[in-house]
Every structure is written in structure tokens, then in C-alpha cells.
Design a protein around this ligand. Structure first.
Ligand SMILES: [Zn+2]
Length: 293
């Protein structure tokens, strides 16, 4: 079933620091004129060297939020909704399903978090692209020390931290063959991030990492069919007969959504575009179904 792409969502995300933001570069620079903790950079043909937010670091914090939210549903010692993340852990989905061949069974028996983000035997449904600056990003140097927990003395430092304090990073969250509840969880993760409950990058206990998250645009592709443009369909709406084998959850769709700002017929797919406001309406409905389950 999942060889076909039934539905796909692409959100255009704009992320701005609300205070110091430091997504650290790995390793230590050989250049002594650079700060000790540098914001991660990459090279782009059009602009040269630039700071950016790797998609993997965003995915990490979003997965962390989703796991925490799902664990509240787990009874003691059942890992149905969010398995333990350590890869060697016997109860992790990757370990439990190591020898399972049937892809429907792998999906059905995977925990909620792994159904979204994947494990070694299951491809994740959600992906983040890298986020690049739109215009200028302002960075500053902050100084920090590390305090030894044993002696309460300065263990090392002061060291320099390069933080972004203003500017916009833009990139995409892509979700394919998603169930409606997965959409709801991701939407609430983005909202939690925007409210400062989910922080990004280094120094969370220093107050770093609060960001403003704006969904500038949402693009929804669905296999074309006879349905209202105000309905958004989850995987189970396309795969009714596989519902049990894959263990898909209700609801099949979200209804009574605002009209898209644009609708394009791509043949097999119908593409709908929503602006920020349209996405907000979708997000609110998707989040509401989580508490209705
Ligand atoms: Zn899992």
C-alpha cells in the first residue's frame, strides 16, 4: 500500500529567534579567531558560507515533543505509543520488529512515534529540510561558564557562544502518507515550539532556543477523487481495505475546512494551497481530534 503516495503535505516554515539561538556546529574549529561554540554553517553556491538550521536538529526536538505527548497515553511498561528510544533496548520498535517481514505488520506494531519518524525497519513519514536565512540573520557573541556540580566552582570557561538573535530561517516540513492524528501531533509540536514550550538548539537551561514559528504556506497533494475541496483526507480514507492490516486509526478525514487559496489539477493528484490562516484552521481541527480519541 505504501508504495503509492496517497497524500502529501508540505509546510513552508519560517523560524525566528525570540532570544539567543545556538544550533552548534559539530567538532572544534581549527581557526582561533572563531568563537568556541559556533553556530552551524554550510556553503551555498549563491550566498557562500551561511548559518543555517539543519533539518535533523528540528526533527529531533519535534520527535522529543511527540514522544512525551504520546507517553502520557502509555500505561505502565507498555510502549505502545512511544517506545524507548535507545536502539539496543529490547522494547524498542526496531528491536521488536527486527525479523518481521510483512510491511503492514511492521507499521501496525510500531509505536505512534515511530509511525511518524521511523525506525531502522520503517521509513518515517515526516521529514524536515534544512532551514536557510531569508535576508540577514544577526549573530552575537555571548559568554558562558560551566559550573562544576561537585565543587560549585567554574569547571571551565569563560567560553564564547555565537548566537543568532534576529532574522528568519526558512525551510519545509514534509509529511507523506499521513494519518490525521499524525498531522495533529505535528501541528501541536509546532504550536508548542511557537509558545516556547519546545526549545531549539543548545543552552535550553540558559534560556536559549525560544523561537517564533510561522507556517507561511501549506501545500496538500491528494490522489484525485470525487470529494469536497474543504475535506482533507488521511491515509485511512484512501486505504479502507488495508485499515486493519496496517492498524490505521480514525478519523479518515478533516471536514469543513476553509477553501484553499488555490487548487490545481495535476492529473493523478489534486494540489491545494493554503495561506497561513488556512493552515491555522487545519491545524486547530487536527489538534482537536487528538483529545477526541
Ligand atoms: Zn517505536
Amino acid at each position: 500500500m505504501h508504495r503509492t503516495r496517497y497524500n502529501a503535505l508540505r509546510l513552508t516554515l519560517a523560524i525566528s529567534p525570540r532570544g539567543p539561538l545556538l544550533v552548534k556546529a559539530g567538532g572544534i574549529s581549527a581557526n582561533p579567531s572563531l568563537p568556541d561554540m559556533q553556530f552551524v554553517r554550510t556553503y551555498r553556491a549563491d550566498v557562500g558560507e551561511t548559518v543555517y538550521i539543519p533539518g535533523s536538529s528540528l526533527k529531533g526536538v519535534v520527535r522529543g515533543f511527540v514522544e512525551k505527548a504520546l507517553r502520557t497515553l502509555d500505561d505502565q511498561n507498555t510502549w505502545r505509543w512511544a517506545c524507548p528510544t535507545f536502539p539496543d533496548e529490547q522494547q524498542s520498535c526496531a528491536k521488536r520488529l527486527e525479523k518481521e517481514e510483512n510491511s503492514a505488520t511492521v507499521y501496525r506494531r510500531s509505536c505512534g512515534a515511530c509511525r511518524i519518524f521511523g525506525h531502522t525497519r520503517l521509513r518515517g513519514r515526516a521529514a524536515f529540510t534544512d532551514l536557510f536565512p531569508i535576508g540577514d540573520v544577526t549573530t552575537e557573541i555571548r559568554y558562558g561558564v560551566a559550573i562544576s556540580r561537585l565543587t560549585h566552582a567554574v569547571a571551565h570557561g569563560p567560553f564564547e557562544m555565537e548566537v543568532a538573535v534576529a532574522g528568519i530561517f526558512e525551510g519545509h516540513l514534509v509529511l507523506e502518507n499521513y494519518e490525521i492524528w499524525q498531522l495533529g501531533l505535528l501541528a501541536s509540536a509546532l504550536e508548542a515550539m511557537n509558545q516556547g514550550l519546545v526549545k531549539v538548539g543548545f543552552g535550553k537551561n540558559r534560556g536559549f532556543g525560544e523561537v517564533e514559528v510561522t507556517v507561511k504556506k501549506a501545500r496538500v497533494d491528494e490522489v484525485s477523487g470525487d470529494y469536497a475541496p474543504t475535506t482533507l483526507r488521511g491515509l485511512s480514507a484512501f486505504a479502507h481495505k488495508d485499515q486493519e492490516a496496517y492498524g490505521l486509526f480514525p478519523p479518515d478525514d478533516l471536514r469543513d475546512l476553509p477553501e484553499p487559496t488555490d487548487e490545481v489539477n495535476l492529473g493523478i493528484y489534486t494540489r491545494r494551497i493554503y495561506d497561513s490562516e488556512g493552515w491555522q484552521a487545519i491545524a486547530q481541527k487536527a489538534i482537536a481530534i487528538l483529545s477526541a480519541q
